[in-house]
Write a protein that binds this ligand. Structure first.
Ligand SMILES: Nc1ncnc2c1ncn2[C@@H]1O[C@H](COP(=O)(O)OP(=O)(O)O)[C@@H](O)[C@H]1O
Ligand SMILES: [Mg+2]
Length: 160
């Protein structure tokens, strides 16, 4: 089956906020230079909450907030640099390119992209897709789709 990529997905239901945070910390601790995490989910689903925990897992102490207005926020003091993107306000993928998106992807750090569905054409082939379903007081379901064996390995140590 040459050229066919079979993707697996791993679904975790009934997550409380503490579960989201614990997953973010564990995954953050295992990330490697050049890692790319694409986050999907409605407003208030928990993308920034997850990113904050992931940052803590990287050893970043800063308060992470949503970079909506600046598109990207950089955090340099952890085990690896974190480049936290939020595509919510982007009209077009070209705006991402203008701020040097490709350089961030090859910057030896970790890229997290909130609202990844808005820039699907620009996403690297190797990445970890994480969909968060639910908002408000609902339990969340997280759906993990690894694109590349490095991400499958991380999931094996965390969610599988
Ligand atoms: N299981 C959960 N996972 C993540 N956040 C949760 C959960 N349950 C409740 N919350 C709350 O939902 C909100 C998520 O907000 P935020 O992380 O900013 O979402 P987003 O970045 O997706 O818009 C926070 O106020 C958080 O406290
Ligand atoms: Mg957010």
């Amino acid at each position: 089956m040459k050229g066919v990529t079979v993707l697996s997905e791993y679904r975790l239901p009934y997550l409380q906020e503490s579960d989201t945070i614990s997953l973010g910390r564990k995954i953050g601790a295992l990330l490697f230079p050049g890692a790319f995490i694409a986050l999907y989910g409605d407003l208030g689903s928990g993308k920034t909450t997850f990113t904050r925990a992931l940052a803590a897992g990287l050893g970043i102490q800063d308060n992470i907030c949503s970079p909506s207005y600046n598109i990207v926020a950089e955090y340099g003091e952890g085990r690896l640099p974190l480049y936290h993107f939020d595509a919510y306000r982007l009209e077009d993928v070209s705006e991402l390119m203008e701020i040097g998106f490709v350089d961030y992807c090859y910057g030896g750090g970790v890229v997290v992209m909130e609202w990844a569905n808005k820039v699907s054409k620009a996403l690297p082939r190797d990445r970890l897709d994480i969909h968060i379903i639910g908002s408000g007081t609902q339990f969340r379901t997280m759906l993990f789709v690894p694109h590349g064996s490095s991400y499958t390995d991380i999931l094996k140590e965390t969610v599988i």
